[in-house]
Design a protein around this ligand. Structure first.
Ligand SMILES: Cc1cc2nc3c(=O)[nH]c(=O)nc-3n(C[C@H](O)[C@H](O)[C@H](O)COP(=O)(O)OP(=O)(O)OC[C@H]3O[C@@H](n4cnc5c(N)ncnc54)[C@H](O)[C@@H]3O)c2cc1C
Length: 401
């Protein structure tokens, strides 16, 4: 390891590795990159504990476009990320998202979001109750006023595959990874000059990138900066279904997409099982080491909602569960990608709030452009920069799951 790198990235999961890849893959960049990762098993990284889905159905155009780039990138991932004979196929199931609206407010939101999504060219349709029943005959639809369905460009894929693919390719292209923990940073006026590691090493840095996931605020604080991101616990459940709703549907129709019920409960196929979760009733900041699932959510919230939605879900059996931490942006549930306006060699890539896996490709590319060209060249991420944090001006995303 050298004692100075042009770019030092704190956190080496999906976001840190995407930044490392897009930097090293760009012929206009000839600098050095070090990625510092405290836990190379990634057991508690949000990336590993994610529900691994991607969508275009957001309320803000920039998030729709970020999703569209993510989809295109994931479709071509094996080819782009090939290292030697290893082609990391992410097993992308383009099963779509299905948002269901019951109340007038939910209907209004779906319609407003639909206009934004169509303007961006997303392949989404709005269905009335009859159209929904025709497409998914096994769902109870009598209480549904409107549905929004992504016909292509949305689905689920291998989460750690995305991270390891970026990592392997970035290493092949010259990025270095070190197992260590950043514990302090040194500044000279408005520049961060180095990071001190738990091992005692001090590494000089031209630019520092904060890719620390739910720990983003701790890393920012090392440089004397703030970011309104905190860990929020989310529990995922996997269940078996005696009489699969897909089996009861007519041939080639009714395969369940990622369904977001009006209650907020979401559910999608996961191999021969189903994966599900719900928004928490209370949502305090989680303790760093608290990964205990909220078991009661399954019986009290999820199962009743699913059994109401489909008869097939009346008889289901839990087979697995886990809890992970959202990297939750308490200002507006949206990513923060950009330089600090004063300490300009400190770049944030944080606060993805439950959609950072799918946003990894666009965030990685955006950060690399900021570092190489000092501007966004492909997709303008200016709206989700750090300036809004300073101004305390939320850029709210309404379609949060
Ligand atoms: C239950 C759950 C479901 C989700 N579902 C989805 C989904 O369906 N689709 C989607 O797009 N997103 C989803 N997300 C969100 C997504 O997983 C995250 O937004 C994304 O993985 C964030 O990636 P990251 O690299 O920033 O953070 P992480 O994956 O948490 O990685 C941060 C890394 O930084 C390291 N680190 C932290 N501090 C230091 C330090 N000081 N020194 C060295 N290393 C450090 C950590 O060890 C860690 O490996 C979900 C998240 C959860 C928890």
């Amino acid at each position: 390891m050298k004692d100075r790198y042009d770019v030092v990235i704190v956190g080496g999961a999906v976001i840190g590795s995407a930044v490392a890849y897009f930097l090293t893959a760009n012929p206009d960049f000839n600098g050095s990159v070090l990625v510092i990762e405290r836990d190379p098993t990634y057991l508690r990284a949000s990336t590993s504990l994610s529900s691994s889905s991607i969508r275009n159905q957001f309320s803000n155009a920039v998030n729709v476009r970020i999703g569209q780039f993510g989809t295109a990138f994931i479709r071509n991932f094996a080819e782009t990320m090939q290292v030697g004979d290893d082609r990391p196929d992410l097993g992308f199931h383009e099963g779509g998202y299905l948002f269901l609206a019951r109340t007038p407010e939910q209907v209004r939101t779906l319609r407003e979001n639909h206009v934004v999504q169509r303007e961006c060219g997303a392949d989404v349709v709005l269905w009335n109750r009859d159209e929904l029943a025709e497409a998914f005959p096994h769902l109870r639809t009598d209480d549904i006023q409107l549905a929004s369905y992504g016909r292509s460009g949305e689905g689920w894929f291998n989460n750690t595959g995305l991270m390891y693919g970026f990592k392997a390719k970035a290493r092949e292209l010259g990025a270095e990874y070190v197992t260590d923990e950043a514990i302090a940073m040194e500044r000279d006026g408005n520049r961060v000059t180095s990071a001190t590691l738990k091992s005692g090493n001090r590494i000089g840095a031209g630019t520092v990138v904060n890719a620390s996931g739910p720990r983003a605020a701790l890393t920012a604080r090392m440089a004397g900066l703030d970011i309104p991101v905190e860990p929020r616990k989310r529990t995922i459940f996997v269940f078996d279904c005696a009489r699969s709703p897909e089996g009861s549907a007519r041939v080639n129709r009714g395969r369940l997409p990622m369904m977001i019920d009006p209650t907020g409960v979401f559910c999608r196929p996961e191999g021969r099982f189903f994966l599900t979760g719900c928004p928490p009733v209370e949502d305090p900041a989680a303790d760093w080491d608290d990964f205990e699932p909220r078991y009661e959510e399954f019986e009290e919230i999820i199962w009743p909602a699913l059994a109401e939605r489909s008869k097939a879900f009346e008889a289901i059996k839990l087979v697995n569960q886990w809890a992970g931490h959202y990297d939750f942006n308490v200002l507006d549930h949206n990513l923060v990608v950009g330089r600090h306006p004063e300490v300009t060699n400190f770049v944030f890539a944080n606060g993805f709030s439950g959609h950072g896996l799918q946003q990894g490709p666009a965030a990685g590319r955006g950060v690399s452009e900021l570092i190489i060209y000092n501007e966004f060249r492909t997709l303008d991420l200016g709206e989700v920069g750090y300036e809004r944090v300073v101004a305390n001006r939320p850029f709210l995303e309404k379609a949060v799951i």
